[in-house]
Structures are given as C-alpha cells and as structure tokens.
Write a protein that binds this ligand. Structure first.
Ligand SMILES: [Zn+2]
Length: 262
C-alpha cells in the first residue's frame, strides 16, 4: 500500500500509529496522522506553521479534546479510521495533481485538509491554513526549497515573516478590539467526549454542560496562549469576536495598519 510513499511520508504514517497508541486510541485518527507528519517532517512544518510552538499547541489541543485512555502496545497494528483512509486516497490524488510520482508528507497534509470535517483539518484551518493556501505553499516550496527566510521575533521566538504575512491577508479583513480573555462554558457530547461550543444546545440530553470547559485560546498568528492563569501577558488580547490575537502580534502587525488607530 505504501510503496509509492517517500521515506518521510512512510515514517509519518509510522509515527501516526505510534501517536494513536500513546493516546490509547483503537484507531489511527486524522489528528494522529497530523502529529506523525509534524514530527517527521520539520521542514514541511516550517512552511505551513510559524514555529515549533505551533506544534506544541496542536498537540495540547489534541490532548485537551481526547479522553486519555491507557496506552496501547506499539506492537498492535492499529487500523486507520475511514476518515484517515480517505486522507491517504486524497494524498495520492494530490500527488497526481502536482504531477509527482511519489506521495510525500506534503500530499498527506493536503489530504488531511481535504477531509474537511476531520479534527486534523479543523486544527489546521483554525491556524489559518486552508487547502488552497496549503496547495500554494506546496508548489512554492518546490520552487524555493533552500531560500533563506526572513524572521520576525515574537515573544522571543523567531517566526517566518512570509508565514505571518500570509496570515495577515485574512486577519486584516476583521475589526479587532482589546478584550480580556475569559474561560468559556462548553458542551461535551456524551457519546464521543468531543467538545461543542454552541451552548444553546444545553438541554440536549446528548450533551453535558461544562462550566469553564474551555480554558485557553491561541493567538491566530504566533499561537501564544491566552488564558486566565498565566498572568497579565496571557490574559489580554485582541479579538474579532471569534479569533484571538496576542497583544504583541496585534501591536506589531495590525495596529499600524488599522485606520481606526491612525
Ligand atoms: Zn501572537
């Protein structure tokens, strides 16, 4: 099945299985495939995500939404879910679309984004990575593999400037207001343990209402954590009502462009 895969892609799938076993999951879910890829191909990660911190943030988000079960021995051959199987099929299609003979981790990443309802697609979309944008980055990456990147510093960590600029195209569409981040109430679907933000379904017997169920949010640019327990620099941010930016990113990238603040 994996004979057309590059070494990196093959190892990515290997690590996906490892991740699933560490989470005690009986199947390889799309989020495990994503973790496997991020782990195995840091070069790909640096093209699509701004920093090492993003990977930590993604892992944390997966952990928060997964009910941790007992680890499963890595010798058990865990099966892929149907979603993950479709991701592999999409990856093959994406390789074809680019005229590539081999299926690489970049095609698997595109496959994850094409499985739109998956948790992996949600994790990437919520960090500003759409399928269209990822396709663009993959084709650009081919042309400029070794180009030096301009780096901008946020919270003492270097971010790829072209990544930041790509995010800003979307973020500039919104009006941002300074707000204190607050813990959100959530619903948890009893059957699956997955989290639901629309609390108007509070009385639905399929859900459990959890006061303060959502305890942190991430900056849409640098993935700095906004929360109520990390002191003032983690508490204040800017929001468009849906997404959040840390104060540093807002002040550095958006306030000079905001005509309201001129
Ligand atoms: Zn930020």
């Amino acid at each position: 099945m994996f004979e057309r895969y590059t070494e990196k892609a093959r190892r990515g799938i290997f690590f996906a299985r490892y991740e699933a076993s560490q989470f005690g999951s009986p199947h390889i879910e799309t989020e495990h495939v994503l973790l496997g890829l991020l782990r195995e191909d840091p070069a790909l990660t640096s093209v699509v995500l701004p920093s090492a911190r993003s990977i930590a943030a993604i892992r944390k988000e997966i952990e928060e939404r997964t009910s941790l079960r007992e680890k499963i021995s890595t010798s058990v051959d865990l099966p892929l879910t149907n979603e993950s199987k479709r991701v592999l099929a999409y990856a093959a299609e994406e390789a074809e679309r680019f005229g590539h003979k081999h299926i690489g981790s970049e095609h698997l990443l595109l496959g994850l984004l094409r499985e739109k309802g998956s948790f992996a697609a949600h994790l990437l979309n919520s960090r500003g990575l759409s399928l269209e944008r990822a396709r663009e980055l993959v084709s650009k990456r081919q042309n400029t593999t070794d180009r030096a990147h301009d780096i901008v510093e946020i919270h003492g960590e270097g971010l790829d400037l072209s990544y930041v600029q790509a995010q800003l195209v979307e973020l500039e569409k919104f009006a941002w207001r300074k707000r204190q981040w607050k813990v959100l109430d959530t619903l948890v679907e009893i059957k699956s343990g997955r989290i639901f933000f629309d609390v108007t379904l509070k009385d639905d017997p399929g859900f459990k209402f959890v006061v303060g169920g959502w305890r942190s949010e991430f900056c849409s640019v640098c993935h700095w954590e906004l929360n109520t327990h990390g002191g003032p620099e983690h508490a204040d941010g800017y929001t468009n009502g849906r997404e959040w930016l840390c104060t540093e990113c807002y002040e550095k990238f958006l306030s000079p462009r905001d005509p309201g603040n001129a």
